[in-house]
Design a protein around this ligand. Sequence first.
Ligand code: HEC
Ligand code: CU
Length: 395
Amino acid sequence: MLDGLSLLADAASTGMWFPDQSSTYAAESDSTYGMILWISLAFFIPLAFLMFWFPYKYHGGKSGKATSRVTHHNVLEITWTVVPCIFLVIMFVRGSWGFLDMATPPEGARQVDLKAFKWGFSMDYGNGAIHPELHVVVNQPTKMVMRSSDVLHAFYVPAFRIKRDIVPGRYNVAWFEATQATPKVSDEELQAALDAHEESGAESWDYDRHQITEDGYRFYDLFCAEYCGRDHSAMQTYVVVHETEEDLNAWIKKISSRGDTPPAQYGEKLYRLRNCVGCHSTEAGKVLVGPSFANLYGYEREMTSGEKVLGDEQYIRESILDPKAKVVLGFNPQMPSFKGQLSDDDIASLIAFMKTLSDRGQTASDVAAESDTTTNSSTDQADAAADAAATPAAN
Ligand code: HEC
Ligand SMILES: [Cu+2]
């Protein structure tokens, strides 16, 4: 209730019911909308008034017998046909100008490949730089090439007045040019938000609460605008508009390499950013679409082929690059391949993260380290296999 009131107050204080006009489309879209709204009101109000006034004025009383006094009136008929037609043509022409403009991306637009899935977005900036947020440069056209990996979704950025369906089995293109950057906040403000995040213990970054991204930028909302199932209402991401191309390129570089983040910590980040989190939990026994990552490393599991496989580096790497090669018993081969999307270092980081989730993570890596210098790895592996056979699989 209070939320609703403050939303109303927000809307009233910005003068219109819309967010700031932040793209080249916005002014034209709003004025077309306004024109249609006023024309509709100009017809609706007198018509609604007459609907009540005429029955009152011409009613014949209780005893009166219903008769028709309708005759023909050419001038009247032509007027009420031609005048609304003119308005309709104006609406159509303005609408189609806007539509044609939106349908033809300009030469040289920067391209971002968008993938929509149940229930999130992933933006591909090329060269393995993939992130859920959409990052673009102010006053430069951006072309979105969009696909869906499951059902119908839609790309909707209210501040840009752009909305486009994302259809499984085909590519849909949209383009826009942002006219207002979303600046980076001061280092102190970012640090305060990072601290608050740390303190809250929340698993993922709370954009609504902090009002900045994890990298310290303000943002616009990007919604899915097509009902697509259970978590449709939470299917949302964020748009950052950089002030310069250099700033955007620096950000892309930052997300596409680990830098000096420890591997396990970076692996956890990838787990969330690349949406492993959508299908794999980190809690023992909590099965989502795929098996839990808890005690994956260092334990044996059975495949649909009947083969038993140890969860070591080689197996995990193969599971990520070629998921259908070995399919875990009791699961469908639904995992997409991440070939070409995760670098060797990314995969190593993910494995380091999985080790932190396994009670054999430490010992197993010691074993691996030892096996480089000594030659007892086969006996250790046999021990591990015997252990795994003795304990029923945790997941
Ligand atoms: C669309 C859902 C989905 C996504 C997203 C997904 N996986 Fe999977 N994954 C599965 C399923 C289902 C299986 C089990 C079937 C199989 O082995 O292919 C699986 C199996 C695995 C296995 C083998 C597990 C085991 O217990 O043997 C690993 C390792 C793995 N995934 C890693 C990842 C990583 C890393 C990511 C993110 C980069 C990821 N998966 C994203 C669905 C998914
Ligand atoms: Cu959706």
